[in-house]
Design a protein around this ligand. Structure first.
Ligand SMILES: [Cu+2]
Length: 172
């Protein structure tokens, strides 16, 4: 229903906005997903993370509630949390909230799409189709580009976090 109501405005907005980004954008209704990427993995890898930037162009808050893909047995939405000095990945059961007009950027060390039980090799240069499921916007199909292992995204912007391991001091 939303699609018909906002269809033309959305199409115009997407056309205008898509020119601003170097990589393709995908829009369905009021949710835009762009810059989907993942690190390449070796053939023996069982899991992999993927990252995408979500922009809610609508007037209503929305929520990413799940994802599906054909390259893994299960696709989950995860976040990374520091617990007792250990980085742990946790499935976000409640999904990721994207408020009206706001942007959420998934990145290493934070929110990510997790492929569990890979059935395909994530080789550099591959484009992986993933369907994102939103509470209100419904299904949004995206393509995740597989980049060289160790890649932190577009020249490191957004993904780079200060790692202080080198300067850590033991006090005891
Ligand atoms: Cu994960």
């Amino acid at each position: 229903m939303k699609f018909f109501k906002f269809g033309i405005a959305t199409a115009v907005a997407v056309t205008l906005m898509s020119g601003l980004f170097a990589t393709p954008s995908y829009a369905d209704g009021m949710m835009m997903a762009k810059d989907g990427w993942a690190r390449s993995r070796t053939a023996s890898a069982k899991v992999a993370g993927a990252f995408v930037t979500l922009h809610n162009m609508g007037k209503e808050d929305d929520r990413l509630i799940g994802a599906t893909s054909k390259i893994a047995k299960r696709t989950e939405i995860h976040t990374t949390k520091m617990t007792d000095g250990v980085m742990k990945m946790i499935q976000v059961e409640e999904g990721i909230a994207i408020k009206a007009g706001e942007t959420v950027q998934m990145k290493p060390g934070s929110y990510h799409i997790m492929f569990m039980g890979l059935t395909e090799v994530l080789a550099e240069g591959k484009e992986i189709p993933v369907t994102l499921k939103f509470e209100k916007a419904g299904d949004v199909d995206i393509l995740v580009s597989v980049k060289k292992a160790g890649s932190m995204g577009h020249g490191g912007h957004g993904g780079m976090k200060k790692m202080d391991h080198g300067s850590m001091k033991k006090t005891n």
